[in-house]
Design a protein around this ligand. Sequence first.
Ligand code: SF4
Length: 394
Amino acid sequence: MMQIQRQPTRAVCVGDGLVIGGGHPIAVQSMAATRTQDVAATVRQVRLLEAAGADLVRVAVDSRQDVTSLAQVRQQTRVPLSVDLQESYRLAADVAPHVQKIRYNPGHLHHHEKQVPVADKVARLVEVAERHGCALRVGVNCGSVDPALTERFPAADAVSPIVASALEHCALLDRLGFARYCVSLKDSDPNHVIDANIRFAAQRPDVPLHLGVTEAGLPPDGIVKTRIAFEQLLARGLGDTLRVSLTVPFDNKGEEVRVGRQIIADVAAGRFQSVPRYLPQGLNIISCPSCSRVENEAFVDLAMRVAAATSFAREHRITIAVMGCRVNGPGETDGADLGLWCAPRFVNLKRGPELVGQFSYDEVVERLLVEVRRLVEERPLLPAEPACPGARAR
Ligand code: SF4
């Protein structure tokens, strides 16, 4: 079988059986979308992902009840587990005995304990990771970058703050003498993912990279966006582990793993489908893959209804973001023309950063369509493609 020529990175052990980086096979991972406290459903989801070929499965934890449930999930499953800590970084010591890897988001170390410097919080995470033999992932995400870094760069530059945040946290971890970490730089725009990873790797070629296009959305568009980013990066030898984020029903989550493996196999065999740059044409729907934090299980259905109801606008340059919860919803809908982010009983509808209103799950799509029709009036149709290249000249 042909192999992808990889850039050399250091090896990061995740538990006893998995190594990320150091020339080891690219690890494919996914994330449980079920509520962590629904132990039976989460065990089923973790096993489903393992059966689909996942090397590592991530589970979200936001409360002490989640930690208790995670411990039960650990007892009933075998695949290495990673825990996703967003604003709940203070639970690290509780979750560490049950997992092999901890993901923290640098942009979410600022909301709580404001009097404690971020460097001290990172030192706490490192102490916990060392005590329990866990690896760490510095997971930088476009929708939740440290505000001090976003202010340092022009508003139009989405990539520099992501890269700066990742480099800053690598420096913090290096100063603490902790090397068992990898880094991800995720954005919903594949071009940003490509640029951010290339720029980061140029400065830190030693650090293993976790690739991902966040909120890639529903298949097939979500697969296309992901493939474009991964083809460009894997072909350069970048990427030691990856996750494909798709908005699919829980029972279909194995598709994330199958798509990831297929892209790796295609790049290894020289089978490319992408053009050098991803130029969004027409309607662009961004939607998160959902996870245990999703506020209402109607989210996936909502994302599908949005895609179906807005298909009439496919020839217009409009971006709609559909997000499952308040953790990443408010920030990651700011940059879209229209955004929906879910609360337990209603959906927030936004026009850029401005809140239009809060609507029930039943009525929000109709209300969204009012906004979409307005944008369709304002934004002309994309120019039609000529029938053949010569048609333009004649
Ligand atoms: S937006 Fe919320 S529900 Fe969706 S993947 Fe992110 S954390 Fe999970």
